[in-house]
Write a protein that binds this ligand. Structure first.
Ligand code: COI
Length: 353
């Protein structure tokens, strides 16, 4: 694969610097381009530098673009593993179908990612709870204002050393149920990881933050009755004798951490359901003590305990505002596999270095 070298490398964050999420970016990126009639072509690694672009570039106007979130983890022997990358490439191609973006060859993306990680290995942080976040993205690059699928695209992968997604780390998050705005509706783009879903979520997110909440808990758009997801996480609720997560009805992102947790829970004999979960059921279980734990799952968020839900102006603490036992078991199991400190009976860890 062609590698275009940089003249100078960026300074890396010093060991111990709080990395936060998505604030630092490495020296290089992987790119490939698509043109109608030519297909995906010209895969290469080039300097990650600001790019000039035409202000009529279609993604800037109509948000025809998709992305993924993956992580590379430093292993105890100094090597590096990526968690279930094949799942991300498959989901990205599903998002591509929904957004009229031509499917890309996953094997070329994987080869580009691995080459990029080899080149950027010194950027992969070592401190507990840190990782190198991988952001593959495809954007429509045709310069035109007609509302049609573009005939040109740029695929790129950028890398960012990260710590915890939430500023308060593993402290349980506070969620506010949103019963006015919607994130997505049936037949919409909720199950695709597309740019517009995130833009649509920002208004409610901002209002939630003003009130001191970390995130919004979205309900279904039609009835405002069923729990959907958090936007950066899928949701799980531990009721008496049942671990439940909203079913993938089409408006919810099919999370890879969600899928991994479902498998771990089933293999350990928990009674697990993927079903529609009325918010009223969550609230009445929180009131009478049947809601034992709640947590979110996601690549960036990992497994995040939820310590409080506000619904219609009332606050409902969960698990005494602490991380519950099942949440902790999942956190330890998933991160053990990711960081190579526990056996990986599932084959989810892909060794890249
Ligand atoms: C991820 O978990 O990787 C996400 O993409 C969620 C968010 C940071 C946009």
């Amino acid at each position: 694969m062609e590698i275009v070298q940089r003249k100078t490398l960026k300074p890396k964050p010093a060991a111990g610097t709080p990395l936060g999420f998505g604030k630092y970016f490495t020296d290089y990126m992987f790119t490939m381009r698509y043109e109608a009639g030519k297909g995906w072509h010209d895969p290469k690694i080039e300097p990650n530098e600001p790019k000039p672009f035409d202000l009529a570039t279609s993604v800037l106007h109509y948000a025809q673009g998709i992305f993924e979130g993956m992580k590379a983890f430093r292993q105890p022997d100094g090597g590096v593993c990526v968690f279930r990358p094949d799942e991300n490439w498959a989901r990205m191609n599903n998002s591509a179908d929904r957004m009229c973006i031509p499917r890309f060859p996953a094997e070329v993306a994987e080869e580009g990612l691995e080459e990029l990680l080899r080149l950027e290995r010194d950027w992969i942080p070592n401190e507990p709870g840190t990782a190198l976040y991988i952001r593959p993205t495809i954007v429509a690059t045709r310069v035109m204002l007609g509302v049609h699928a573009s005939t040109e695209y740029l695929f790129f992968i950028i890398l960012s050393p990260v710590g915890s997604y939430y500023a308060h780390g593993l402290e349980p998050t506070k969620l506010i149920v949103e019963d006015f705005y919607s994130r997505s509706s049936l037949g919409g783009t909720g199950e695709a990881k597309c740019l517009g879903n995130y833009a649509a979520s920002m208004k409610a997110g901002e209002l939630a933050e003003e009130k001191g909440f970390d995130q919004v808990l979205w309900l279904d758009a039609a009835e405002k009755k069923y729990v959907e997801e958090v936007g950066s996480m899928n949701m799980f609720f531990v009721f008496d004798g049942e671990v439940a997560t909203p079913a993938l009805v089409g408006s919810i992102l099919p999370g890879i951490t969600r899928k991994s947790c479902l498998q771990i829970l089933r293999d350990r004999g928990f009674c697990v359901s993927e079903r529609r979960i009325p918010i009223e059921e969550v609230i009445s279980a929180a009131k009478d003590g049947r809601l034992k734990e709640a947590f979110g799952t996601g690549t960036a968020a990992v497994i995040s305990p939820v310590g409080l839900i506000r619904y219609r102006g009332e606050d409902f603490p969960i698990c005494g505002g602490k991380m519950g036992e099942i949440t902790k078991m999942l956190y330890d199991t998933v991160t053990g596999i990711q960081y190579g400190t526990a056996p990986d009976g599932y084959g989810w860890r892909k060794r890249v270095l």
